[in-house]
Design a protein around this ligand. Structure first.
Ligand SMILES: C[S@@+](CC[C@H](N)C(=O)[O-])C[C@H]1O[C@@H](n2cnc3c(N)ncnc32)[C@H](O)[C@@H]1O
Length: 195
């Protein structure tokens, strides 16, 4: 199982339990600090079948056709090169392998919000639409691409997860008014065609 952008590694620990001692879990993250945090958490949990590799999800340090599952939570929206990420998912999955990711999508985001770096790291400014997400995965060669869960955010719900930075806080009312029902959290699954 491969987790794209595991951050502090919670999903790696859940995955390690799911695959059992004979399975292997790999996490690929680009940030040294997050890798150290995840390694600490893995050590504290006493888990032996998890490996973290430093690298980019646009150029995965993972062998082609070697992975049964790709998972990811709230990471692909951050990539400026999502087509590369989709094509890397397709490359590393074994034929018949499955991807299930949870991510943010959205449309009609005004340009002044797209340029806001704090909103980018809050997983808002880098989003693409659900339609673009699904077609990007299909173009990368994946099949049975579908959305199984969708939560569309209203402005009051957005406020709770984007106001943490001081730069955003001062403009928060205007920002959330603009974003009302324009962004959603989705769970998307897809398969690499079997041989
Ligand atoms: C919002 S956090 C999500 C962490 C984790 N998946 C979770 O659910 O808690 C994003 C993580 O993705 C990593 N990341 C973002 N863009 C990346 C990229 N292009 N390549 C590799 N890692 C990336 C960051 O370093 C960070 O650890």
């Amino acid at each position: 199982m491969l987790d794209l952008g595991p951050g502090a590694g919670l999903d790696l620990l859940i995955a390690a339990r799911k695959v059992g001692p004979s399975g292997q879990v790999i996490g690929v993250d680009m940030t040294e600090e997050m890798i150290s945090k995840a390694e600490e958490n893995i050590k504290a949990a006493g888990v032996k079948n998890v490996e973290i590799r430093k690298g980019l999800i646009e150029d995965l340090p993972v062998k082609s056709s070697s992975v049964d599952w790709v998972i990811s939570n709230c990471v692909i929206n951050l990539s400026p090169e999502k087509e590369k990420v989709f094509s890397e998912i397709s490359r590393v999955l074994k034929p018949g392998g499955r991807m299930v990711v949870s991510d943010m999508v959205g449309e009609n985001i005004p340009e002044w919000l797209r340029e806001n770096k704090n909103l980018y790291s809050a997983c808002i400014s880098g989003v693409i639409s659900e339609k673009e997400y699904l077609s990007g995965l299909r173009k990368a060669g994946l099949e049975k691409v579908k959305v199984s869960e969708r939560i569309v955010y209203q402005s009051d719900e957005l406020e709770s997860f984007i106001k943490s930075s001081p730069e955003i806080s001062k403009d928060i009312k205007r920002i959330i008014r603009e974003l009302d029902i324009k962004v959603a959290s989705v769970k998307i699954s897809a398969y690499k065609p079997a041989l």
